[in-house]
Design a protein around this ligand. Structure first.
Ligand code: SAH
Ligand code: DHB
Ligand code: MG
Length: 218
């Protein structure tokens, strides 16, 4: 089993089932043209985020880590009518690309991007949120999760991207900041009685990784 077949199958799933449209493809093209890193969620993962937003009947969504707004567009399309999404991004350059992409997707009225270090902008986010997607710098994952939980209500979902990192997550001796961040998040998730969590390993065009989904119980 190799990453070649993972990518081929991801493309097959994308072509047959996901069918991303012009606005989503334009968002990726504009992000590439601006030199942004190619680390947006894959089309199947984007559609999964949309599906979670729909299932949650989400009226308020919080995203941490906007990049070019690809995941933002999928999530915002899943908002219930009248719903709003706030996405937090450290870099003005990324936010500018994302704003143009979101505008092109016809979602500007529902989406607000706030620029700054997320730990500085999170205290001004108003809850309750129905869904959070955490996908920024991995070393701060635990703090972002704490904020998402604080802004949640029973029934809210908190999704965290990149929690497997090619299996490096099980290396208890890792010195990589991102791996340490994911492990610290998992320790917190395990100890936190107000959520119940699982993590799903994934393969595809982005290699081998995974995401965690936590349901807020109380
Ligand atoms: N969610 C996006 C990908 C996000 S990539 C998608 O799937 O389409 C991670 C983003 O987090 C980058 O744009 C990076 O600039 C941003 N980021 C990194 N550190 C941050 C911080 N401390 N606060 C806010 N954003 C941060
Ligand atoms: C990286 C970050 C991501 O959010 C992702 O989905 C993949 C890779 C990274 O920083 O390498
Ligand atoms: Mg990610």
């Amino acid at each position: 089993m190799s990453s070649r077949v993972w990518s081929d199958v991801d493309r097959y799933i994308t072509e047959t089932l996901v069918q991303p449209d012009a606005a989503l493809e334009a968002a990726l093209a504009a992000s590439d043209a601006a030199g942004l890193p190619q680390i947006s969620v894959s089309p199947p993962h984007g559609k999964f985020l949309w599906l979670l937003a729909r299932l949650a009947n989400a009226r308020r969504i919080l995203e941490v880590g906007t990049l070019g707004g690809y995941s933002t567009i999928w999530l915002a399309r899943g908002l219930a009518s009248g719903g709003r999404l706030i996405s937090l991004e450290a870099l003005e350059k990324h936010a500018a690309v994302a704003r143009a992409n979101i505008e092109r997707a016809g979602l500007a009225a529902m989406v607000e991007i706030r620029v700054g270090q997320a730990l500085d902008t999170l205290p001004r986010v108003e809850g309750p949120i129905d869904l959070a997607f955490i996908d920024a710098d991995k070393q701060n994952n635990a703090e972002y999760f704490r904020w998402a939980l604080k802004l949640s209500r029973p029934g809210s979902l908190i999704v965290v991207d990149n929690v497997v990192r090619e299996g490096k997550v099980i290396d208890a001796h890792s010195r990589e900041a991102s791996v340490l961040g994911v492990r610290r998040l998992n320790d917190l998730l395990a100890a936190e009685k107000r959520v119940s969590t699982t993590a799903i390993q994934t393969v595809g065009i982005k290699g081998y990784d995974g995401f965690a989904v936590a349901l807020v119980l109380a």
